[in-house]
Design a protein around this ligand. Structure first.
Ligand SMILES: [Zn+2]
Ligand SMILES: [Zn+2]
Ligand SMILES: [Zn+2]
Ligand SMILES: [Zn+2]
Ligand SMILES: [Zn+2]
Length: 393
């Protein structure tokens, strides 16, 4: 008669109690048998002649591999066993994966057979997760194409091509009206690029290239696109309360507090020949958190040319606005070329702010008999000569 296997964990001494989650199953090919669950990282599968018998024989040892997609199986029985029709001798080890067939002994006729099945878990799901998307939900309601450089507006959370919404924004400002969502007419208070949806946009076009626009169309829509970093758009109601760009949802509006966050120096007073008005769209500086008007009418950069992040230092320097208690303005110093800086200690942000690692680096440099300034200068020279290439953010 065929032997009935059951599971037994490897004893205490093997130190294999790290996981109690079921990560694999042995699924019997014979209808009257039940599944065997594998739930520790290393398990021995035993078999017994009948369910009441006290005599048990080890069958095999299953050890989960690091990649979490395969396992090692060692033959622990006194017979040869079959794994995917190949003979595995006593104590021999083979790799098994989801779908591998294992026979308890040297032939299928006399011995039970099982299929090794990996259970989906968080790690393996991460590798395999595929989302299905209805392409109709990934279309811009202005141009009716799949989004291009998709932006999301709030609070209604509708999505559009950057170029399409930028044009809409420009027209709304010309009409001196509030900015309403082109799709649902809700007042728009925020607009920003959406990297997650952008990945979906790219995957859709990869899966179905017929949905791609021509290079000319892409160039045209890119030429309209003006949204680079997150924009705060003030609503009519908010400005009447002199809250500037501040969020005007009911929560904030009901709170009578002057603390509305970092303000824009050009809201309420003309500085450098410019004063914000109701239609002014604001950019929040990624570095200091302060607000500045989004200006297309001047040459001063408001964004990093590398990562498109917004930075206010150069803009406020051109407007001759310096740091004050109310306006956190980026230090103008940071806009000088790095080669002109004098560096005497490891920057605070180096080594992910790990003070200990910074000390080690500092000691290594001083032991080499050079100054930090010399080391940095050498790296800048290499960077400028393109001998090293920085990682883009
Ligand atoms: Zn569009
Ligand atoms: Zn909307
Ligand atoms: Zn302003
Ligand atoms: Zn700033
Ligand atoms: Zn950057």
């Amino acid at each position: 008669m065929k032997e009935h296997p059951f599971m037994a964990e490897v004893g205490e001494s093997s130190g294999s109690q790290s996981s109690s989650q079921i990560w694999a199953k042995l699924v019997p090919l014979q209808a009257q048998q039940s599944d065997i669950e594998v739930c520790s990282d290393e398990m021995i599968v035993s078999s017994q002649i009948t369910s009441s018998s006290q005599v048990k024989h080890d069958w095999c040892k299953i050890t989960w591999n690091e990649d979490m997609l395969t396992a090692m199986m060692q033959n622990k029985s006194s017979n040869d066993i079959l794994v995917d029709d190949a003979v595995v001798r006593r104590e021999d080890v083979v790799e098994i994966k989801c779908g591998t067939e294992m026979v308890l002994g040297p032939n299928r006729e006399e011995y039970l057979s099982y299929i090794f099945k990996l259970m989906p878990n968080q790690e393996t799901c991460k590798k395999k997760l595929k989302i299905s998307v209805d392409v109709e939900h990934a279309k811009c309601s202005i141009c009716l194409n799949i989004w291009h450089d998709v932006i999301t507006i709030a609070p209604c959370l509708h999505n559009f091509c950057n170029g399409c919404f930028s044009e809409w924004l420009k027209r709304s400002q010309k009409k001196h009206s509030g900015v309403l969502c082109p799709q649902c007419r809700a007042v728009v208070q925020f607009a920003g690029r959406n990297p997650f949806l952008r990945n979906i946009e790219e995957e859709i076009l990869q899966a179905d290239p017929s949905l791609k626009r021509s290079d000319e169309e892409i160039a045209l829509i890119d030429s309209y696109a003006t949204i680079r970093s997150n924009l705060a758009i003030r609503s009519e109601r908010g400005s009447r309360r002199k809250r500037g760009w501040a969020y005007d949802g009911d929560e904030y509006a009901s709170e009578e507090s002057d603390d509305v966050g970092p303000q824009c120096p050009q809201c309420g007073s003309a500085i450098g020949g410019f004063q914000c008005n109701q239609q002014t769209i604001h950019i929040q500086c990624q570095n200091c958190g302060g607000m500045m008007p989004s200006r297309a009418d001047m040459d001063v950069p408001q964004h990093c040319s590398g990562c498109d992040g917004s930075f206010c230092g150069a803009y406020w320097q051109a407007q001759r606005v310096t740091r004050s208690e109310y306006h956190p303005v980026c230090n103008h110093e940071t806009f000088r070329p790095i080669s002109e800086h004098t560096i005497t200690r490891i920057p605070f942000l180096a080594h992910e702010m790990n003070r200990h690692e910074q000390d080690i680096t500092e000691r290594c440099i001083s032991q080499s008999g050079r100054t930090l300034q010399e080391v940095v200068a050498e790296w800048i020279r290499k960077l400028n000569n393109r001998e090293i290439v920085p990682k883009t953010h």
